[in-house]
Design a protein around this ligand. Sequence first.
Ligand code: XMP
Length: 521
Amino acid sequence: MAATRNSHPDDTFYQKADSFFAANSKIGLTYDDITLATLYSDILPRNTQLDTTLAGGLQLNIPAISADMDTVTESRMAIAMALNGGLGLIHYNMPEREQLSQVSRVKYHVQGLIQDPIKIAPDQLIGDVLALIEEKKFGFSTFPVVNEKGTLLGLLSGHVVKPRYATKKVIEALTPRKAVHTITKKELGKDPIARADKFFTEHLGIHKLLVVDDADHLHGLITMSDVERITLERKAQFKPARDASFRLVCGAAVSATRNAFGELDKKRILEHVSGLVERGVDVVAVSTAHGHSQGVGDTVKVLRDAFPKLPIIAGNVTSAAGVEYLADCGANAIKVGQGPGSICTTRIVAGVGIPQMTALYVCSLAAKKKKVSILADGGITKSGDIVKALTLAQAVICGGIFAGCTEAPGDVVEISGKMYKHYRGMGSLAAMKSGSAARYGHEKADATRKVAAEGIEALKEVCGSVDRVLATLIGGIQSGMGYLGAKDLVSLRAKARYIRVSPAGQREAAPHDVVELKTGN
Ligand code: XMP
């Protein structure tokens, strides 16, 4: 195409989304098939903002979500994601009760004020307390002691919670009420963290502050380590993603469960989600391989009717009609991606799915019309892919990138001196046997017969903490935004211009013609 006489050469070759994807409508394009053109910039990468608000009101401080997969997101991963400003979607390949306690673990992690601290009764034995710590895997051993009316009797300090005192009663070992530091809710005022911070500075060596009412009933506990962490967080560029009560945000996947007659089990789905909502879940994800389907639509409708304000993610789709359908059913954010995932075989097995950039563009058109968000789900292997995805989507969902992290579930295995973690598709036979068969349209029992798996079991090299991985990814995203002169994600979407890359261009894009000594990270 030659530049016309009056047009700027850049505009002829580097096109905005609408003209670029229309001109490439006969071919499915993914991340490596395109590159973004740079623009004049007065924005330094470190000054770019990455916050994103998903339709339905969920606010994240970075646009990254860890996938609801049983080798990626349980409470540890969800905590790490939220602490970094993102979101973890806790998978559903576990009993519903277990998923509820995983959500609780995230919601009650490091709060400024622990509103419902674990309490101990005065007539319990220290041995009972030790057993409780062991059973619940508590990482702390100091507990407020209250009577049956909730009145504060004292504090059982970690110094005395030792096996040598196992047969002693709590009442004999506690620090008595008059020696325990307390504050009333009223005294805490509008900024409890600042007030508590001042208290700890003024009271040398005191690490716990108990919150009581005028009748001396216990209402909470503030620890110095929480206060210090939160004070530090307030200074960080990307703050943890928190809800209105200052708890970390957490999402959970739900299945479009069917009963023995093959009908949607609405009662069970509602009970499950009610439990999640009671525990403070911020968003639920109705996760299936084919979101443009009756079962998923009906599940979303049931949830929307029962929980009008609950943000709902649903998917997966790769068509505008799919986005419209789920949006009409009541979903706020739609997962886009069928078969791009690093462990997916859907395209090979079922012959369906659309390369991600084309799918995202097509879906973004419907999303704008319906005022919903889209999430780029799967196929992301590097920060540059995320920058490209964010030119069309409001956030990305990643599995493989996080599966080698310390916070991912599963043990480390050593093979030939290298450390790995298991990473498997939710459509792999093993994962379907553990519960995810419905996600791929199978009965759980089918998974033991010969059904077509749509995912593989694999290994990921261990890659350190989520903090480290996200720091690298965020650095890359901010660089990309700096190159486009985009101060935030809205501006990135508005400014993006694309061009296709030839196979030689793809080779040129990676290190070449050198002997690599050290990777970039
Ligand atoms: P990445 O590329 O981040 O992809 O590892 C994670 C996403 O892949 C999807 N997923 C699957 N897709 N078969 C599929 O076709 C599977 O077994 C499977 N398991 C996960 C899912 O959308 C996830 O977020």
